[in-house]
Write a protein that binds this ligand. Structure first.
Ligand SMILES: Nc1ncnc2c1ncn2[C@@H]1O[C@H](COP(=O)(O)OP(=O)(O)OP(=O)(O)O)[C@@H](O)[C@H]1O
Length: 555
């Protein structure tokens, strides 16, 4: 374990010692310990330390034998046992403009929510809902957001990023807020929307609404309102008028649409959250996102981006961007739209300036051959995957793939299976074949009506369906705790898509299996994925109802 001393870690991240060859325990440690992941670019920029950011770096002195092992726990409520380092943070948040002085402490592995500076009433409410211990990304994000920094939150799928931004918002606005903060409480001031949360799909938007409602409780449900596409727009507009919510959660198209009608007043908004930000920055959402970024929290009088007037820019909304995958396009967008944004990870808070240019790699394109590029790429991808996942692949002829899928489901005795394909047209065929073989299955994709989508997702969550055959629509953010198997019936286009699909299982430390079923000539793609993601993807087969590892993989 001496090898995990921070100063030596980058040796393992390099080409000469691939990450996936590390023993599992070391890899888990890599993910969960408070170890900085030094890569070549960081070395070039000089080492980044908490002290260099103004954090007190007690965390660097953590005993490496006492690492956080969330991944090995059975249930999320067991997290408390895994926390080893308490860094007290008694300092209360101050209201008003965001402080230019950096946070004094980052309690990277806080033992309770009360260490993070949240409002007391909110902590009580969290406890009554059974949330007692923050995840590592929550420990790092909550104080940073409370200090009014613009942030990009990056942490692996299922690590609790939603509450990482929802809780600091609810500490500032709504029924549990700190009495110090009073954005909308000035006498005579019109009640306005104070936080806008944007998500790329209607399903994810509604899931975020449910998460916020859970914390608010039944008495305060109207504090949040969904503005997702597919639902009745006039009803949403009426509800906005009647309920005067403080928080709206929606898809880019619907938010931009209602905003354009003048029925969504967001200029005075304090928070703009972009969940799955790399997806939101894709071409499809460009115009709507532009409108949102230009309007939300842009108070009249506060100059727009590009202004040299620091005070004016600080009066603007606080920008929070979130994803398991942060390609350089996100870094660029954050620098462009945010105010001195910080990158927040589970074990590190750093200025965005330190993030090197890199991006998703097209797996089917020839390799660039650049050592530093591939190292940086796998470095980015490594912390997108939950460490508790097991990855396999097997080969099959195209016409036998569904049979292979069925054999896999039976061999693993999987109960909640998400099957990913690239083309909508073929989903129906797979569902038909599965049903013909006695497996309960349904399709879920964007071409279905909203009712069909909701009903299918509900049936899957309730356990009425064993297999959900879907496409990228479901790859982002969907939280179905019971999902124990993800199958790529078509290989994803790049490592980022692999990571988001895979992340539908193994949520919050649970075990999960990812199987890619490919044709023989596609095996090189799997090998590339393995290299880029830094995890072993083992060749396997299914014989006599059991998963069997291929001979060469056993060595
Ligand atoms: N501190 C906590 N204690 C217990 N459960 C938690 C805690 N924080 C979050 N959860 C639960 O963990 C699950 C996963 O959280 P969430 O969906 O926010 O993950 P995520 O990191 O956003 O994943 P993705 O990248 O896939 O969107 C949710 O069911 C959430 O309610």
């Amino acid at each position: 374990m001496n090898a995990l001393v921070p100063g030596r870690l980058f040796l393992f991240a390099g080409e000469s010692f691939p990450f996936h060859k590390l023993p599992q325990v070391c890899r888990s440690t890599f993910f969960h310990s408070g170890v900085f992941c030094l890569n070549k670019a960081e070395v070039n920029h000089g080492p980044l330390t908490l002290a260099s950011l103004g954090f007190k770096s007690e965390f660097q002195e953590t005993d490496k034998s006492q690492v956080n092992k969330v991944a090995e726990l059975d249930t999320p409520r067991d997290i408390s046992k895994s926390k080893v380092k308490i860094v007290r943070n008694n300092e209360k948040k101050v209201g008003g403009a965001r402080s230019s002085v950096e946070i004094q402490m980052a309690p990277f592995a806080a033992k309770s929510f009360s260490e993070l500076g949240l409002a007391d009433a909110l902590i009580e409410r969290l406890e009554s809902e059974g949330f007692t211990v923050p995840t590592d990304i929550q420990s790092a994000s909550i104080p940073t957001i409370l200090k009014k920094h613009d942030v990009v939150i990056q942490s692996y799928t299922g690590s609790g990023k939603t509450l990482a931004y929802v809780l600091p918002i609810l500490s500032e606005i709504g029924p549990f807020k700190n009495t110090i903060s009073n954005y909308n409480d000035e006498p005579g001031k019109k009640k306005e929307i104070e936080a806008v949360i944007v998500a790329p799909s209607r399903e994810l938007g509604m899931q975020i609404v449910r998460e916020v409602e859970k914390i608010l409780g039944p008495a305060n449900r109207k504090v949040v309102q969904q503005l997702v596409g597919g639902a009745n727009r006039s009803r949403q507009e009426e509800a906005l008028k009647k309920n005067k919510p403080s928080i709206v959660v929606g898809t880019p198209g619907r938010i931009a649409e209602i905003s354009a009608t003048g029925k969504l007043h967001t200029h005075g908004c304090s928070f703009l959250i972009l969940d799955e930000v790399d997806e939101l920055l894709s071409f499809n959402f460009r115009e709507d996102m532009h409108r949102i970024l230009e309007h939300v929290g842009r108070r009249s009088g506060a100059n727009s981006r590009g202004s040299e007037n620091t005070q004016a820019r600080r009066a603007e909304r606080q920008l929070v961007m979130v994803s398991a995958t942060v390609p350089f396009s996100v870094v660029r967008a954050a620098k462009s739209w945010g105010f001195d944004p910080l990158l927040v990870k589970a074990n590190k808070v750093a200025p965005l300036e330190s993030v090197p240019p890199s991006g998703p790699v097209n797996l089917r394109a020839p390799s660039s051959g650049s050592t530093s590029d591939s190292t940086l790429q796998s470095q980015t991808a490594i912390d997108t995957l939950p460490p508790s996942l097991k990855h396999y692949y097997c080969t099959s002829r195209l016409q036998h793939k569904v049979d292979m899928l069925r054999r896999c489901i039976h061999a693993l005795d999987a109960k909640f299976v998400m099957v990913f394909m690239n083309h909508t047209k073929q989903l129906r065929d797979v569902v038909f074949k599965l049903k013909a073989r006695g497996v309960t299955a349904a399709e879920l994709h964007g071409d279905l009506g909203k009712l069909a989508r909701s009903t299918t997702l509900k049936s899957f969550k309730n356990g009425e369906l064993r297999v959900l055959v879907t496409n990228e629509l479901s790859a982002r953010g969907l939280d179905i705790a019971e999902c124990d198997l993800v199958v790529n019936l078509d290989l994803p286009t790049d490592s980022i898509h692999y990571a988001h699909r895979a992340g539908r299982t193994g949520r919050l430390g649970r075990m999960g299996t990812v199987l890619s079923i490919c044709e023989e000539p596609e095996v090189f793609v799997v090998k590339k994925l393995q290299k880029q993601l830094g995890v072993p993807i083992l060749a396997c087969d299914f014989n006599e109802g059991k998963l069997v590892l291929n001979e060469e993989e056993k060595i």
